[in-house]
Design a protein around this ligand. Structure first.
Ligand code: NAP
Length: 285
């Protein structure tokens, strides 16, 4: 495989060790641990796994985590009142509501109820707007993790052409904004994009964040490009794959992330970083 493998698992592990050190220093300085509250509504099996990983990562980093569980049938008001009480809890620095929510609960109202300075997912419109205008903010963890990976390999972003395939509010759009601010020229593609291959072939940095296995084939990749696969797809066989045809694309790319073991572990590391950033900001205000 000629491409360099971007090992998100080891990078995330190293980051988590540094963050654990920072968490200890925070505790020593303030006399309390940084705190993250995770709210899980219902028991979606995938959400259960994600939440378990997040809570375990906090424990390892000596960040105090609390898991707040609500029944799938709970009312929007009950969830909002829970968020309100965490907003007012000075031991809680970060609040994360695990998505997706049951259909009867409007996601937008819930995200907007979280205090922006505790919004460690970076989904609140105040943080999204701040990111858009280049102000300091809590950044969405997955795109933030991608930027840290690119920084780690010193991928030249200034003047590079970055193509982001996928334009969701949680991955594609914020990532495009971060790449733009790092000096890249950015193309964002969505499901309506015509002739996707013509766009992706121009990418020095190619990001796939769609949720469709093998969407990105070797023919769609410029030789020497850096390819970051954010997609997570479970095949009928049970195998976990990304959006990129990994084996073939690795023959043409300069660097590539695997799935699993690429972007995924970075997302949790960035959640810890956001929680510590929020805690440090709160302790200084
Ligand atoms: P999403 O909300 O479903 O958005 C998918 C985006 O892809 C949309 O903008 C959609 O376009 C676009 N799209 C769909 N088909 C396309 C096509 N054929 N060509 C180009 N664009 C197309 O998904 P998401 O939440 O951003 O997640 C994307 C993937 O990343 C999923 O596999 C998810 O599991 C994974 N993910 C991974 C992590 C991680 O930690 N590694 C975190 C979050 C998400 P429209 O806007 O036109 O609908």
């Amino acid at each position: 495989m000629p491409a360099q493998l971007l090992d998100g698992k080891s990078l995330a592990e190293r980051l988590r060790q540094t963050l654990a050190e920072r968490a200890k220093q925070f505790n020593a300085r303030t006399g309390r641990p940084a705190g993250l509250a995770v709210i899980l509504v219902g028991n979606n099996p995938a959400s259960e796994v994600y939440v378990r990983h997040k809570v375990a990562a906090c424990e390892k980093a000596t960040i105090a985590s609390q898991l707040v569980r609500l029944e799938a049938s709970c009312t929007t008001e009950a969830l909002l009142s829970q968020i309100e009480s965490l907003n007012n809890d000075s031991q809680v620095d970060g609040i994360l509501v695990q998505l997706p929510l049951p259909e009867h609960i409007p996601e937008k109202r819930v995200i907007e109820a979280i205090a922006p300075n505790k919004d460690v997912d970076g989904f609140h419109p105040a943080n999204a707007g701040a990111l858009f205008t280049g102000q300091p903010c809590l950044k969405p963890c997955t795109p933030f993790g991608v930027m840290v990976m690119l920084e780690q390999i010193k991928a030249p972003l200034r003047g590079a052409h970055a193509v982001v395939v996928g334009a969701s509010n949680i991955v594609g759009k914020p990532l495009a904004m971060m790449l733009l601010q790092a000096g890249a020229t950015v193309t964002i593609c969505n499901s309506k994009t015509l002739n996707l291959e013509e766009k992706t072939r121009r990418a020095d940095i190619l990001i796939a964040a769609v949720g469709r296995p093998s969407l990105i084939t070797a023919e769609m990749v410029k030789p020497g490009a850096v390819v970051i696969d954010v997609g997570i797809n479970r095949l009928d066989s049970g195998k976990l794959v990304g959006d990129v045809d990994f084996e073939r694309v690795a023959q043409v790319a300069q660097a590539i992330t695997p799935v699993p073991g690429g972007v995924g572990p970075m997302t949790i590391a960035m959640l810890l970083q956001n929680t510590l950033d929020a805690a440090e900001a709160a302790s200084l205000s």
